[in-house]
Design a binder for this molecule. Structure first.
Ligand code: ADP
Ligand code: MG
Length: 227
């Protein structure tokens, strides 16, 4: 099996003025193509920071990250953006939809920016799959939290990513809505064969993945295979 993500001896320190805060220390793990993977740990343990580094949104101080066969440490911002556009999908706790765009536009605009063919067809198909076929002209403010996250799901899968990173995807949703969103996430994932990395507080959600990494104060406490 090939790895889609290799993380080796990762370290990250935030500096503010004189103060230094080491938020990730000696992090090494890897994820196989097609695997589903959860990162759990208390608030402030470094989960979001780790996800940002793995996805090439941010840069580490030391250590090495290989994403989709490319060592991303040596890439500049533009090169990392290109790699992300081609290979990576994101889902955030607060959905991060653009409020001035409709549900449909929230999915088509990023595709257009990436120069994709037929953004409208792709977007409508995905919005249909997440059950929003009749809501495509609605703005985020006209949609419930669960519906907004479903739009975000459609957007995340729209570029056919090899790997999808989700940071607390159900953190702002009630239990019932969470369950629906999670089901859709895993269904879309299965259909697309995407590698899935989920940061979550929710152990029930974490246990739906194949492997769980537990962080505490920036260090790996435990790696566990589920089932
Ligand atoms: P988690 O997602 O597990 O809650 P984070 O990765 O968001 O943890 O944060 C880890 C630690 O790093 C926290 O102590 C947080 O306050 C700190 N931190 C996060 N981002 C920054 C930043 N941009 N500048 C300074 N400190 C930060
Ligand atoms: Mg976080």
């Amino acid at each position: 099996m090939t790895n889609i993500l290799n993380v080796e001896n990762l370290e990250k320190t935030y500096k503010s003025g004189e103060k230094e805060l080491k938020v990730l220390d000696n992090i090494s793990f890897n994820i196989q193509v097609g695997e589903t993977f959860a990162i759990v740990g208390p608030s402030g343990s470094g989960k979001t920071t780790l996800l940002g580094l793995c996805a090439g949104l941010d840069q580490s101080d030391t250590g090495e990250i290989e994403l989709c066969g490319t060592k991303i440490n040596t890439l500049n911002e533009d090169e990392r953006a290109l790699l992300r556009n081609k290979n990576v999908g994101f889902i955030f706790q607060d959905f991060q939809l653009l409020s001035t765009l409709t549900a449909l536009e929230n999915v088509t605009v990023p595709l257009e920016l990436q120069g994709a063919k037929n953004p409208d067809i792709i977007a409508k198909d995905l919005l249909g799959k997440v059950g929003l076929a009749d809501r495509i002209d609605h703005y985020p403010s006209q949609l419930s939290g669960g519906e907004q996250q479903r739009v975000a799901l459609a957007r995340a899968f729209s570029n056919n990513p090899s790997i999808l990173f989700a940071d607390e995807p159900t953190g702002n949703l009630d239990a019932e809505t969470s369950e629906k969103v999670v089901q859709l996430l895993f269904d879309l994932n299965k259909e697309a064969g995407t590698t899935l990395v989920i940061v979550t507080h929710d152990m029930d959600l974490a246990k739906m993945t194949q492997r769980i990494l537990r962080l505490q104060r920036g260090k790996i406490m435990q790696e566990q295979t589920v089932g």
